[in-house]
Design a protein. Structure first.
Length: 431
């Protein structure tokens, strides 16, 4: 027996029964993004590894441990590129913005991506997959705090449109190149004498990515985090004003938010406003985002402020299910054609009719494999169709078919069943 293949650990099939959830989320996301003036972009799944290394940053989990990278074949000159499946969407969008000269357009350029697959070799666990999909927005070329508020407002409106309740919005400012380095020194001064009692990861974070000390989940480090100096007390004046304006404008979008000085985010490119939404505290983040005013420069572009978010579609769907929100059902078939004459002519008449109805845009099913009339009627009932169309050779000879209303209540056979002229069937089903 050949070995039975299974999908890879952390990778999932999205089966037909789950598709209505995906379409429901995608529809709400696209509608709200467009309402706010965002236009769709798709970027390649594969990029040069250095694009992600330079933007997300060395010392981040994504770059150090989680990327799927490989050497490409050498080109004619013998050059070989190292490529990676994208772990996140922002780097590719900023690359595209620079590559296509979008800085020449009126700013900000507002873009969204939807359903894009991201790959991280994370430890698979609930809500954490090695392939996940994001809805994301990026606004490039504007540092106005009104854009920050708009970004958070947009995302919140997606959740309310979906009918989700109890969404917690946490925002913070992590300063900029002016004030953050000073804060990081203060943070390191605080941690230095405590380092021996910190977890192994924090020992590394202290050197590589000190801000992430505040993101540690180990119980032994929680008291240290609670007493650590807060970045909000060390913002420079422009950052403080920017963050105050974000909060004022956010009220216009009726977003109930809290400032959480411990939101620092896991990627290096963030500056100033950062945010995360959860359904209940301590649950996995539904989304994360923030400003990245220095990112375009890292990629060789002009100074280009930017802000965006990525929301995990799997996590949104998990939350919809948890809150008992069901998406609209898929369209039921309008007709199910059953043929009682199982000769080649009878079968041909059924196939002809099914094709004709479908070409007229009527969702139609039939059962295959020349089953008995009884078995076909069982299928018809199980299909959820509105009507069964019964083809019998003696009726067809007179240009008639029988239409049975499968959804009608009661047992009165006559009220459920009518004879319809074969050439008036389309009009009858379109009523
Ligand atoms: P991120 O926080 O790394 O940010 O990911 C965004 C969201 O993607 C998370 O909040 C979560 O919903 C989902 N997500 C991440 N990893 C996984 C996983 N392993 N399994 C399931 N879902 C996951 C970014 O990716 C940034 N690019 C967001 C951004 C855009 N910032 C500015 N612009």
């Amino acid at each position: 027996m050949p070995e039975q293949y299974k999908s890879l650990q952390g990778f999932r099939d999205i089966l037909p029964e789950d598709q209505p959830y995906w379409r429901y989320v995608e529809k709400a996301a696209a509608e709200v993004a467009q309402l706010y003036g965002y236009r769709r972009i798709e970027t390649p799944l594969l990029e040069e590894t250095s694009l992600f290394r330079r933007t997300s940053g060395e010392g981040t989990d994504i770059v150090d441990k989680e990327m799927y990278s490989f050497d490409d074949r050498a080109d004619k000159e013998g050059h070989r590129l190292n490529l990676s499946l994208r772990p996140e969407g922002t780097a590719g969008v900023v690359r595209a913005y620079l590559e296509h000269g979008m800085f020449k357009l009126p700013q900000p350029v507002k873009l969204y991506y939807l359903g894009e697959a991201m790959f991280r070799r994370d430890k698979p666990q609930a809500g954490r997959y090695r392939e996940h999909h994001q809805f994301g927005c990026e606004a490039l070329g504007e540092e106005d705090p009104a854009v920050d508020a708009e970004m958070i407002g947009l995302l919140y409106q997606v959740y309310t449109t979906l009918g989700l309740k109890d969404i917690q919005v946490y925002i913070n400012s992590i300063g900029d190149g002016n004030c953050r380095p000073q804060y990081i020194e203060i943070l390191k001064d605080y941690y230095r004498p405590l380092l021996d009692s910190c977890c192994d990861d924090c020992q590394v974070r202290f050197h590589k990515n000190p801000l992430r000390l505040l993101d540690c989940k180990e119980p032994q480090d929680q008291a240290k985090i609670a007493n650590a100096p807060k970045i909000s007390d060390h913002l420079c004046e422009p950052c403080r004003e920017h963050f105050a304006a974000v909060q004022t404008f956010l009220k216009a979008y009726e977003v109930p938010f809290s400032v959480d000085p411990l939101i620092v985010r896991g990627l290096d490119y963030y500056t100033r406003t950062v945010f995360e939404f959860t359904s209940t505290r301590d649950k996995l983040a539904l989304n994360g985002g923030g400003r990245y005013d220095g990112l375009a420069e890292i990629l060789g572009g002009q100074h280009t402020p930017g802000i965006g978010f990525g929301a995990g579609i799997e996590r949104i769907i998990q939350e919809l299910k948890r809150q008992g929100i069901t998406p609209p059902e898929e369209l039921r078939p309008r007709a199910f054609v059953a043929y009682f004459d199982r000769t080649p002519e009878g079968k041909n008449a059924a196939v002809q009719l099914v094709a004709e109805l479908r070409l007229a845009g009527i969702k139609t099913e039939m059962s295959y494999g020349d089953r008995s009339p009884k078995a076909q009627m069982k299928r018809a009932n199980g299909s959820g169709a509105d009507y069964a169309v019964l083809l019998k050779s003696e009726e067809l000879a007179e240009g008639l078919v029988t239409v049975k209303d499968l959804q009608a209540a009661g047992t009165d056979i006559d009220s459920k069943q009518v004879q319809v002229k074969r050439d008036e069937l389309i009009a009858y089903l379109q009523q």
